[in-house]
Design a protein. Structure first.
Length: 443
């Protein structure tokens, strides 16, 4: 073969490879420039999803109503591609776990808009992708885990008492997908190992039985997770975990794997100082990488090591707020009506509950005492302050409404209207400082 022809073939081959490739950074750029979701996921209602679906249909995405919830809200399925490898994804079977719903909408929007690109053509010709965003629209509208019957859909894979569970089982049985993606949110204070690092994303390759019987599809899924980990690790180093690997006989992911559709579980957590949309982007990059790797075969170049080396999810090591070394005046009234004050020196730990972003999330005191083995996303050094409950005595389970007084002040802790008679130097309320921000120093 003439040298010039040989060089030309190399150039053409490299051009094809480069055109087909799509790096995580390029996927991130595509999401930044092309995402269509414009509402924070936790604020999305079913009507917002319907509007997103209408927009996708207008752009040419195949979208259909495939069922209804217990309260007659429509459940949709999206479809892209015409290839032989069948990929099925579903999100928000728990109504208060919304992040991946927005990621799926953006994924289909970007694929449709870039159908002229070689990497998308390869996905389109190799895969057929179906996705059910927001399987539990009734729970989503109330922002609760369960459906309108009060059932956890993800524990209804065998009894099939809920219409949503019956629909999910039907969609799998009638199509027999080769791979499934079960998309959830986990507790925001879950950590990647026993550390202070939130698990922003956790993965699990789901077995189909308690004996952990492997299969070709299961081993492929380990490689796919390794590819996804490599893709998102530069954006969230140290913040990727492995979900607990316990077989749950009534759960859908476990049963999908048992029924012949090996499942990858993706659990989105939280990341301090990062918005919900950042985590939508992480889901987009991860899932986009998995689809690309399936389509071009690059997943075969990965081993299971990146997945298997992920730190296991952990809990109990992290709190939203810790106020260190506070002096807490405790007023006691004896049987004669005499009031005495005793000082307790210790740490106050408070967590916020899961809420829509549009609503303030109250902080609840969870622990008081020596919290030296616990980390806080926000920590404050309160050793020079008295801390008292604004409306209730400070104790576990009470609202984290806290008044702070500098220790050089003389305060009558038995005063009936403490806040009015003795204005505090700082007030912590609804998870933020509403007076005196910066007075109690942040560590």
């Amino acid at each position: 073969m003439p040298k010039r022809v040989f060089v030309s073939l190399i150039i053409i081959t490299l051009s094809v490879i480069m055109a087909a490739a799509q790096t995580p950074a390029e996927l991130a750029d595509l999401w930044e420039s092309g995402h269509v979701t414009n509402i924070l996921p936790s604020n999305v209602r079913h009507s917002d999803l319907a509007a997103y679906i209408d927009g996708l249909k207008g752009s040419g995405v195949r979208a259909a109503k495939v069922g209804q919830s217990g309260e007659s809200r429509d459940i949709y399925q999206l479809e892209f591609g015409k290839g032989p490898l069948k990929v099925f994804l579903w999100s928000q079977m728990h109504g208060d776990e919304p992040t991946a719903t927005s990621a799926l909408i953006d994924l289909f929007a970007v694929l449709q808009r870039n159908r002229d690109k070689e990497w998308v053509k390869r996905i389109e010709n190799t895969l057929t992708i179906r996705a059910v965003p927001m399987l539990n629209p009734d729970g989503a509208d109330q922002y609760i885990r369960r459906n309108s019957q009060g059932l956890d859909i993800n524990r209804d894979a065998l009894n099939l008492k809920s219409p949503e569970a019956r629909l999910l089982k039907k969609l799998r049985s009638e199509w027999s997908p080769n791979i499934g993606f079960n998309l959830h949110n986990q507790n925001a204070l879950t950590t990647a190992g026993p550390t202070n690092k939130q698990a922003a994303i956790s993965f699990l390759v789901v077995y189909g039985d308690a004996q952990k019987t492997t299969s070709e599809g299961h081993e492929r899924n380990k490689r796919l997770v390794s590819a996804m980990v490599k893709a998102i690790e530069p954006y969230i180093p140290g913040h990727i975990g492995r979900y607990e690997d316990e077989f749950t006989a009534t759960a859908f992911g476990d049963n999908f794997s048992a029924w012949g559709t090996p499942v990858i579980l993706i659990e989105t957590g939280a990341l301090y100082d990062k918005s919900e949309m950042f985590l939508v982007k992480m889901n987009f990059i991860a899932i986009g990488t998995a689809l690309k790797s399936l389509a071009d075969g690059s997943e075969q170049g990965f081993g299971p090591a990146e997945y298997l080396s992920l730190p296991n999810n952990a809990s109990g090591k992290l709190m939203n707020f810790i106020f260190r070394n506070a002096a807490m005046p405790l007023v006691n009234t004896n049987e004669n009506g005499t009031e005495t004050v005793k000082l307790l020196i210790g740490d106050i730990g408070a967590n916020t509950e899961r809420r829509r972003a549009e609503f303030a999330a109250p902080a609840i005191i969870r622990r008081i005492g020596d919290l030296s083995a616990v980390f806080g996303l926000e920590e404050y050094e309160a050793r020079n302050f008295y801390a008292v409950g604004r409306f209730q005595p400070l104790s576990a389970g009470k609202f984290g409404e806290i008044l702070f007084y500098k220790k050089d002040r003389q305060i009558d802790w038995t005063a009936a209207d403490l806040e009015g008679k003795f204005p505090p130097d700082a007030i912590f309320s609804l998870g933020q400082w509403i007076k005196g921000e910066g007075v109690v120093p942040k560590k």
